[in-house]
Design a protein around this ligand. Structure first.
Ligand SMILES: [Zn+2]
Length: 409
């Protein structure tokens, strides 16, 4: 709908105009997820058993996952009906990174969108496996996963609501807030205050129909940089499951117009490009399958997006470029066990800082985030590494610079 039509409406009726503006602003935001036919026998049958994956099933799975040395399960709060909300944290703490990139995933906001849960469960399974990808992701990242954000709704056979009949996807700015919203929001706030705040946040749903897609937020509602980040991430995930996931143009949404109404817009409003926050929609349809392939594509996409998987080592002699950034020699050097890497950005950039050994194996990811212009310092604590020469690389704005540092134990 164009602005011209609003003006015509205004001439006719001011009250109708305000309703129309409201619809125009919020319609693109509306999550088209869900299940359409609430009268079918299949619907009633599946709803009565927690949509095929209830709270007890989750608690059984948590017990299984907890057997892994990489898993910690925490209670992070309680629902309206006092059910515990669980968070699964996955990482390999044996590997000592100064900064482990934090990935957030939550599922099952809308109880009937169980496919989002199944993809999430496959993500957990892959992360606990022994594949090279899983190992690299556990080494470089910490995953915080809330597999069931709305257990009351699941147990009560609700479509989209919690026990108070509130949609906890779209009531992030309502006061007083629903207990489930308050729990997630306070987790976000706590994690964003950490040394390694959330970098990628995925909100797992499923939509009626036979398409898998991410809800892309346009540059007009966010920023050109944020738009580019989303497009790169979505393209990267898609390339790992060719033909199965729609391009970013499939479902387009705004963010700034809804301020803090949704989890993604809460992230945008409070943290802008620092967090890539996206809703993923699987198929809420009997055609939905391949949850393992989708999970693999998402994880592979995360690894590729962050530059964790199969990144070639590049050694450059250059120390300074006319534009972009300046990289200083680390200090102290030689060092034991900690050293500081300092660089100066000429403009705000996404910055990746890594350390490799002389065989080209990446041994540490020090940061991967958007940083402001100016001087930055990062610490590398190499207490768990053996003596020798290592290479540290800073990448920003398409420029990559490498210097050597020496650990003397
Ligand atoms: Zn949904």
């Amino acid at each position: 709908m164009t602005h011209r039509r609003y003006i015509l409406s205004a001439l006719a009726c001011v009250i109708l105009l305000s309703a129309a503006v409201h619809a125009q602003m919020y319609a693109p935001e509306r999550d088209p997820c869900g299940y359409p036919d609430t009268t079918s026998s299949l619907y009633k049958q599946v709803a009565s058993v927690g949509w095929g994956y209830g709270y007890d099933t989750l608690r059984y799975d948590l017990q299984q996952w907890k057997k892994s040395p990489f898993v910690v399960v925490d209670s992070i709060g309680a629902t309206v009906q006092s059910r515990t909300m669980y968070m699964v944290t996955i990482q390999d703490t044996a590997f000592s990174f100064a900064v482990r990139t934090r990935i957030w995933i939550h599922a099952r906001t809308h109880p009937n969108e169980v496919q989002g849960t199944w993809v999430t469960n496959e993500i957990v399974k892959i992360l606990l496996s022994n594949t090279p990808m899983a190992k690299k992701l556990r080494d470089s990242c910490v995953f915080n996963i809330v597999p069931m954000y709305n257990p009351d709704g699941v147990e009560l056979g609700k479509l989209r609501e919690n026990a108070n009949n509130i949609d906890i996807e779209s009531n992030w700015s309502t006061t007083p807030s629903q207990p489930e919203v308050a729990v997630l929001r306070s987790m976000f706030t706590r994690l964003m205050a950490k040394e390694n705040p959330i970098r990628i946040a995925l909100n797992m749903h499923s939509a009626y129909g036979t398409s898998r897609y991410f809800v892309y937020h346009t540059a007009a509602g966010t920023s050109p940089l944020y738009s580019a980040m989303q497009i790169r991430f979505i393209d990267t995930v898609r390339s790992n499951f060719p033909g199965a996931i729609q391009p970013y143009t499939f479902f387009v949404s705004w963010t700034s117009t809804a301020a803090t109404q949704y989890p993604e817009s809460w992230f945008w409003y409070n943290h802008h490009e620092k967090v890539l926050a996206l809703t993923y929609e699987d198929m809420n349809d009997t055609a939905a399958k391949s949850f393992d392939k989708t999970a693999n594509a998402i994880l592979h996409g995360i690894g590729d997006y962050l530059g964790i998987l199969d990144r070639p080592v590049f050694v450059a002699a250059a120390t300074r470029l006319p534009e972009g950034f300046e990289l200083s020699q680390n200090y102290p050097n030689p060092f034991n066990p900690g050293t500081t890497i300092q660089f100066t950005l000429s403009r705000s950039e996404r910055v990746l800082v890594t350390v490799h050994d002389l065989l080209g194996r990446r041994v540490a990811l020090l940061t991967d985030e958007v940083m402001d212009a100016g001087m930055h310092r990062l610490q590398w604590n190499a207490a768990s590494f053996s003596s020798g020469m290592y290479l540290y690389t800073v990448e920003a704005g398409g420029v990559r610079m490498t210097k050597a540092l020496t650990l003397l134990r």
